[in-house]
Structure formats: C-alpha cells, structure tokens
Design a protein around this ligand. Structure first.
Ligand SMILES: *[C@@H]1O[C@H](CO)[C@@H](O)[C@H](O)[C@H]1NC(C)=O
Ligand SMILES: *[C@@H]1O[C@H](CO)[C@@H](O)[C@H](O)[C@H]1NC(C)=O
Ligand SMILES: *[C@@H]1O[C@H](CO)[C@@H](O)[C@H](O)[C@H]1NC(C)=O
Ligand SMILES: *[C@@H]1O[C@H](CO)[C@@H](O)[C@H](O)[C@H]1NC(C)=O
Length: 306
C-alpha cells in the first residue's frame, strides 16, 4: 500500500517542463559535453524551458545537464538555481542523450598561437601554444575574427579555438562539424573547477579589440632594409633581409635591452623601430613570445575547463 502511494506521488511530481533562465551567456549543445558543437546559445537572463535531465561533462562538481525545449543541452550550472530536484521533477532524457558524437581531425600549428575561449581576439586566452604543437580539431567556425585574410577558426579538443591561419594547412572541414553559433564567453564564468586549470592567461586582462587589429599582425618595413635576426639582439646573425615597404607578418613581441623586437612568420626577429607600425603600441594586442614557452596543456576531455 505505502509503496503504491509513494509511486503515485513521485509520478505526480514529474512536470512536462520547468521554466528557467541563463545566468550569463551559455551554450546550448547538441550533446551534454563541453566539446559538443553548439545548436544555439542563450544570452544572460534569457528565459527558456527545460524538459528533461541527463548526465554529461562534470562542471564545478556537477554532471547534471538539462535539455531545453529547443532540443539542445545546457549545464545546470549556468542557469538559475532551482529550488527542487530536476532529477525527480523532470523525466530522464534517456541513455542515448548521454552519448558524445564528436568529429576529430589532427592538425599542427605553424606559428605561435593563442588558443581562445571564443573565436575573437577580445576573448580570453586559454593556452599559449607553440609552433609545431599538434592539436585535434573538433569543429569549425566561419565567422571569427579575420586573421590577415581568414575568418575561419577551429575548436580543439583542448576546448579552445585557434585561427585557421595559424595551421600548416587548411583542414578538410567536410569531415568536421560546424561549431554552431558561439557567444562571447569569459574564463571567469566558464571555468570548470577550482585549481584544476592552469590557465595561462595574459595579464592584464585582454583589451577589447580595436578596429583593424589582426593576429597574426601584418606590418610593413619602414627602413631601407630590416634585418631579421636569429635572436632579438643586434649582435645575432641575420637570417633574412626585408626590404623597404615589404609586408611581413608578426607572431609575438619580446623586449631585449629596452628595445622591442617581434618574431616574424620566418621565425626570426625584427626590431620594431625598423617597421612603420608600432607592434608594441596600444593599437595592437600582440602577445609576448615568452608566453609560449610553458608548453601545451594536456588535452583532457572532462578535465580542466569547458
Ligand atoms: C514555456 O512553456 C510554456 C508552455 O508551453 C509557454 O507558455 C512559455 O512561454 C514557455 N516559456 C518560454 C520562455 O519559452
Ligand atoms: C571554489 O572556490 C571558492 C573560493 O575558494 C569557493 O567558495 C567555492 O565553493 C569553490 N567551488 C568549488 C566547486 O569547489
Ligand atoms: C597588409 O597590409 C597592407 C597595408 O597595410 C595591405 O595593403 C595589404 O593588403 C595587407 N595584406 C594582407 C594579406 O592583409
Ligand atoms: C644595450 O643597448 C645600449 C644602447 O643601445 C648599448 O650601448 C648596449 O651595448 C646594449 N647592451 C647589450 C648587453 O646589448
């Protein structure tokens, strides 16, 4: 008798949906995993209904994800706190909802690359990856910040985005999923767990992009000749000689004996005073070369951050 009454109560508690809202920009994914592509995103305070619960990537100690009425999944960590228990008030979405179906393709970085939480240079840097770092790509995004002439960015299994321009070759994206729409994200709000992520963040916090700034940076030589040296010192051997008004692309900045130098895509260093532009100036937001010396963090699916 008691059991029957209980069963009746439990099923009476199941609701067809629960109304909620996003605490901040949050991605609604095709599967309940950090690396899954986005179907859409909800902006901060946007209201939506969730219809069932499932399990996915552990976010701040919690594996619970919710399926929105739109048919995609959000981590419950990103929505309003619910006074009840989703797992008793909503149906389970079913075991197939827990499956992760990722497309993956190997690639290698040609240049020093900032791997960012979203595909714009105003987005936080998650990792500074050196040239020749092997990465695994999971999806592509065609409308990121234009780098030199290329707006494509790729999400890696490190769960951050690299510019296609920084790869040795363009990946064959016919084998990869599109990443879907990507909102502006911040590490502070989309960090996975305390102390588990050695996020190598640039200090101070990244400056919002100014018009025209591009990474890699396209600059022009302002002296009759500019020597590109094996290390950032006048005494280092010259590897290349650039000519007046030649366009060159820069990867990163380094300060040596009070003089700014830039590493070019030929992997040698030019003095910033030999260029028309001032790569160390406020107009640019080029990273310091030393940021890339730490090595790549391990790709870790359920790990460090999402
Ligand atoms: C949630 O679903 C109810 C019932 O269908 C609907 O009236 C309401 O507008 C929905 N809320 C949102 C934010 O879509
Ligand atoms: C993270 O650290 C903060 C401050 O130490 C603490 O208040 C919070 O509970 C921690 N969160 C988790 C999930 O451990
Ligand atoms: C590089 O910059 C020059 C002038 O600033 C511009 O004319 C040229 O088109 C640029 N090249 C690329 C590949 O963006
Ligand atoms: C540093 O720069 C000054 C002035 O340009 C120069 O005289 C000096 O020799 C340099 N020192 C080193 C260690 O390169």
């Amino acid at each position: 008798m008691a059991l029957l009454v209980n069963a009746g109560l439990v099923s009476a508690d199941i609701k067809p949906y629960i109304s909620t809202q996003a605490d901040y920009n949050t991605e609604c994914k095709t599967c309940p995993r950090s690396l899954c592509p986005n179907q859409l995103y909800y902006a901060g305070e946007e209201a939506f209904n969730v219809t069932c619960w499932t399990r996915g990537t552990k976010i701040m100690g919690d594996t619970l994800w919710l399926k929105s009425e739109a048919g995609c999944y959000v981590t419950q960590y990103d929505v309003l706190e619910y006074p009840g228990d989703y797992t008793t008030n909503l149906d389970y979405c079913g075991p197939e909802s827990e499956e992760q179906d990722l497309t993956v393709e190997d690639a290698t970085l040609k240049y020093k690359t900032e791997c960012r939480i979203c595909p714009e240079i105003s987005c936080d840097t998650v990792a500074y990856l050196k040239e020749n770092t092997d990465v695994e790509l999971t999806c592509w995004y065609p409308e990121g910040q234009v780098i030199i002439d290329d707006p494509y960015w790729l999400k890696t299994t490190n769960n951050c985005y690299v510019a296609q321009k920084n790869l040795y070759s363009k990946p064959d994206i016919t084998y990869l999923d599109p990443c879907g729409p990507i909102p502006f994200l911040e590490i502070e709000l989309h960090h996975n767990a305390n102390g588990t992520s050695d996020v190598n963040k640039r200090a101070p916090a990244p400056v919002p992009a100014t018009l025209g700034t591009q990474y890699l940076i396209n600059v022009t030589v302002g002296e009759e000749y500019a020597y590109c040296r094996s290390c950032p010192k006048e005494s280092c051997s010259s590897k290349k000689r650039y000519e007046f008004n030649q366009e060159i692309w820069l990867q990163c900045l380094t300060l040596s004996n009070d003089t700014w130098w830039s590493e070019t895509t030929d992997f040698c260093y030019v003095k910033d005073s030999d260029l028309w532009q001032s790569p160390s100036g406020d107009y640019y937001n080029n990273p310091l070369c030393e940021k890339f010396e730490g090595g790549a963090p391990d790709p870790d699916e359920d790990g460090r951050r999402r």
